[in-house]
Design a protein around this ligand. Structure first.
Ligand code: NDP
Ligand code: MG
Ligand code: MG
Length: 340
């Protein structure tokens, strides 16, 4: 079973006298940088000269430098720019890493798929909050924690894990719990999860359900509510009480129908396809496809995005969400809920 670390397992003194360079001030960057600073850690934010994020970081009272200057000043370089630009940013700062410095990530893609190959004399770690950055910041300010992951890829100092845990503590993650993992496990489960279930699987399930109802002559509005809008209520129940909590809350008819029909929809064929998707994650096929897609300027990605935007369910949904102001009120209320 996985090891989980809490505040008492993390020793903040491993950051004493160290400077952290946070490269990027987006979703994760702004949260890590501000939480570290509020925890008393020396932080310098690394942004390109013309960065649109520069003003925000300065307004938040942080020191801002270029990525190269920040890395030169730092003992720990936290790489929080988008995954697709990390290799080129790394190339620029590589020479600033001294023996014993730490290169740190919040996702394992570039290390696991060898897009970044760090020198052997630096520590390479991961501290990955399992949450969007704005919640990492908000939870910290509310004296709450955000669950996270910690992993060590390279440990030249013998203190890589202790230092990563100190960092996790400083951004508030050990308040909630930090699960020990590896770069490989984090990268592969993350990619599989978002492809098969969270982002890919769920949107396809929603669209196919919607199309089936509309093709059979039901109104798009009804199909939208049944297949998309209500999903949130079901997911909230699962989040709070697992599958059992959800089954307990829906009607017996819904429970019996779901238990008898669910496996008919996600059948052995779907399972084989999931295994295939996992294999493409494991053997690097997906990673190569995504790397090449980026090198080519993202032609397929743009096309797929456009197609998704113009799907009927999006057009109908936008209208309906505009009409039903209560939906908006409800979603902003639930955003403020405790994320634990
Ligand atoms: P963002 O897309 O929010 O990062 C944007 C920041 O990166 C901006 O400050 C931007 O500055 C800067 N940036 C972009 N391109 C460059 C460049 N070429 N050179 C220098 N700076 C650049 O990233 P995320 O926070 O979403 O992701 C960061 C890491 O965290 C990734 O590894 C991601 O996988 C991981 N992660 C993300 C989570 C999330 O919820 N978003 C959750 C857990 C992990 P500018 O204004 O100059 O463009
Ligand atoms: Mg240095
Ligand atoms: Mg993910």
């Amino acid at each position: 079973d996985a090891t989980i670390y809490y505040d008492d397992d993390a020793d903040a003194t491993y950051l004493d006298g160290k400077t952290v360079a946070v490269l990027g001030y987006g979703s994760q960057g702004h949260a890590h940088a501000q939480n570290l600073a509020d925890s008393g850690v020396d932080v310098v934010v690394g942004l390109r000269e013309d960065s649109a994020s520069r003003a925000a970081a300065e307004d938040d009272g942080l020191e801002v430098a270029t990525p190269v200057e920040a890395a030169a000043a730092a003992d720990i370089v936290s790489v929080l720019v988008p995954d697709t630009v990390q290799p080129s940013v790394y190339e620029a700062i590589e020479d600033e890493l001294e023996p014993g410095d730490t290169l740190q990530f919040a996702h394992g893609f570039n290390i696991h798929y060898n897009q970044i190959q760090p020198a052997e004399d630096v520590d390479v770690t991961m501290v990955a909050p399992k949450s969007p950055g704005h919640l990492v910041r908000r939870n910290y300010q509310a004296d709450q924690g955000t669950p996270g992951l910690v992993a060590v890829y390279q440990n030249t100092t013998d203190e890589a894990k202790e230092e990563a845990l100190a960092y996790a503590k400083a951004i508030g993650c050990t308040r909630a719990g930090v699960v020990e993992t590896t770069f490989r496990e984090e990268t592969e489960t993350d990619l599989f999860g978002e492809q098969a279930v969270l982002c890919g699987g769920v949107t396809s399930l929603v669209k196919t359900g919607y199309e089936t109802l509309v093709d059979a002559g039901y109104s798009p509005e009804m199909a939208y509510f049944e297949c998309l809008n209500e999903l949130k209520l079901i997911v909230d129940l699962m989040y709070e009480g697992g599958l059992g909590g959800m089954w307990d809350s829906v009607s017996d008819t819904a429970e019996f129908g779901g238990l008898t029909r669910g496996d008919v929809i996600v059948d052995d064929h779907a399972r084989e396809q999931m295994e295939e998707v996992l294999e493409q994650v494991q053997n690097g096929t997906f990673a190569r496809e995504w790397i090449v897609e980026n090198q080519a300027g993202r032609p397929s990605y743009q096309q797929l995005r456009e197609a998704e935007k113009s799907h009927d369910i999006e057009v109908v949904g936008e209208e309906l969400r505009g009409l039903f102001a209560w939906a908006e009120e409800e979603s902003s209320e639930s955003e403020g809920e405790d994320e634990k």
